[in-house]
Design a protein around this ligand. Sequence first.
Ligand SMILES: Nc1ncnc2c1ncn2[C@@H]1O[C@H](COP(=O)(O)OP(=O)(O)OP(=O)(O)O)[C@@H](O)[C@H]1O
Length: 246
Amino acid sequence: MTSTIELIQVSKSFGKKNVLKAINIKVDAGQIFGLIGPSGSGKTTLVKIIVGMDQPSTGQVQVLNTQVPNLKLLQSIGYMAQADALYNDLTGQENLAFFASLYKLSKEVKKERIAYAANLVELTPHLSKKVLNYSGGMKRRLSLAIALIHDPQILILDEPTVGIDPELRKSIWAEIVRLKSEGKTILITTHVMDEAEKCDQLAMVRDGEIISNGSPATLKSHYNINSLEEVFLKAGGEKDENNRIS
Ligand SMILES: Nc1ncnc2c1ncn2[C@@H]1O[C@H](COP(=O)(O)OP(=O)(O)OP(=O)(O)O)[C@@H](O)[C@H]1O
């Protein structure tokens, strides 16, 4: 299978603090790949390095066989950051139109994509409101719509469902699965274990290291337990005993 995202021996330090340690990851095309780990384990740093917003201290990142960073790659990546980067004084519609205008879309396609993305996150009735009047959950939904606006080949979503109610979370996941069926590659960070279950492959991150990886079923059978939560706890314990699987 073609690998869409590849990290080779990626390490990152901020000053003396080593937050990523020799990370190797391969994400195949058409997969939902989950990065799971506790707060502060390094997931966002990793994602920023993949998108090209941050540089590794050592190691290499390739996306679609192209060395990151590369401006052209941005056409192929939809990125939803953990902190919403929205224009508060503009309406939802104006935010979507602004971000759509960064890509080479025809007027018609642009209109279509804005309608699709707003509908997906159930913001259509709120598009004429200024973003400063949006709730936290609505802002997350608008950020997700923006990540999808140019129909990217790769979606990188940093905790996309935080602050989103269970019903909408379910419909967002249904859409993520549908996008996968279209052949898109999706990399998602989460610390919600039932979301991790929906991924094809997982990498469990702790203290800047991948302590375990594989499909949810493989991980559970390796540790002979039923829940990913337990896998995570057990893998963390084994890590301390230098007994990792990969
Ligand atoms: N620009 C920075 N300068 C210094 N330290 C940083 C910087 N960015 C991240 N860190 C540190 O790197 C570590 C990993 O942070 P990161 O945000 O990647 O974790 P995370 O797994 O995404 O956590 P969360 O789930 O809370 O977002 C943390 O200890 C954080 O304080």
